[in-house]
Design a protein around this ligand. Structure first.
Ligand SMILES: CC(C)(COP(=O)(O)OP(=O)(O)OC[C@H]1O[C@@H](n2cnc3c(N)ncnc32)[C@H](O)[C@@H]1OP(=O)(O)O)[C@@H](O)C(=O)NCCC(=O)NCCS
Length: 229
């Protein structure tokens, strides 16, 4: 059974995965704004902390710079938020990855893999996501983790050209969530926070505009703005 991240890599010692807090939640928005091609409405962020389930389904990754020691002093820099995931839970144990991204200088360290692992817990039977059809890197990342790639769904993104998305989908075996801390699915449809119909809803829920002004387009990311904790 394929794993959510390659098992041959030990976790990077300077990366920690944390739940969102009032202090760090703005960093999720900043990362998404920098790295993802469409904006998300303010409710996408504001509904997380009041919901224990959505809080379980959101994780941030921090890079903790090693201490630097000179003959006279030891300096430790603040952790930098380098990646984040935000999911929702749908009936029948389906976990939908709404956003997942890693700041480019910190890619290839296992950040996204650990973020995904951190949210997949007992009872999750399937993980899926929409990925823009031109996002070869993103589709490849999921493929290498055993996700199946479905045909292009045309017209999925209103603001992107081409406008299609591919669904990437993978069944989750029981053995994959044993001992995991991720979300626990107690019963189907019993939790009122479980979203009833996520399939087909446009990614980014663009009907609602982002409230803040600021950069609409994405670059490599400004780590200086992503210091937190
Ligand atoms: C796709 C994306 C999320 C991947 O993020 P990432 O943090 O670089 O991903 P990972 O580090 O977990 O995996 C990348 C590689 O690092 C390797 N790696 C290196 N060191 C590792 C370690 N210590 N632990 C685990 N993996 C490690 C993995 O093997 C993996 O290689 P593979 O994909 O060939 O198997 C990132 O490129 C991104 O943010 N892209 C833009 C947004 C996007 O496309 N999001 C996905 C669609 S929503």
């Amino acid at each position: 059974m394929p794993q959510t991240s390659p098992s041959h890599h030990p976790p990077h010692p300077d990366i920690t995965i944390t739940p969102p807090t009032p202090l760090t939640l703005p960093l999720l928005k900043r990362l998404n704004t920098l790295l993802l091609p469409i904006p998300y409405p303010q409710t996408f962020y504001s509904e997380i902390l009041p919901s224990p389930l959505l809080t379980r389904l959101t994780r941030l990754a921090f890079y903790n710079p090693p201490q630097t020691t000179t003959t006279t002093s030891t300096t430790s820099s603040q952790p930098i938020c380098v990646g984040a995931i935000r999911c929702r839970l749908e009936p029948h144990g389906r976990l939908y990855v709404m956003t997942l991204c890693t700041l480019s200088p910190y890619r290839g360290l296992g950040v996204a893999g650990r973020l995904l692992e951190a949210v997949v817990g007992r009872g999750v039977r399937e993980v899926y996501a929409h990925v823009w059809e031109m996002n070869v890197e993103g589709i490849g990342w999921y493929t290498r983790r055993g996700f199946e790639v479905e045909d292009v769904v045309g017209g999925y993104y209103r603001r992107l050209r081409p406008d299609g998305a591919r669904v990437v989908r993978r069944r989750v075996g029981v053995g994959e969530w044993i001992g995991r801390e991720g979300v626990v699915v107690e019963g189907e449809g019993e939790d009122e926070e479980v979203v009833e119909d996520g399939v087909g809803r446009e990614r980014g829920e663009e009907e609602e505009e982002e409230e803040e002004s600021g950069p609409k387009r994405k670059g490599g990311g400004n780590a200086g703005e992503l210091v937190g904790q």
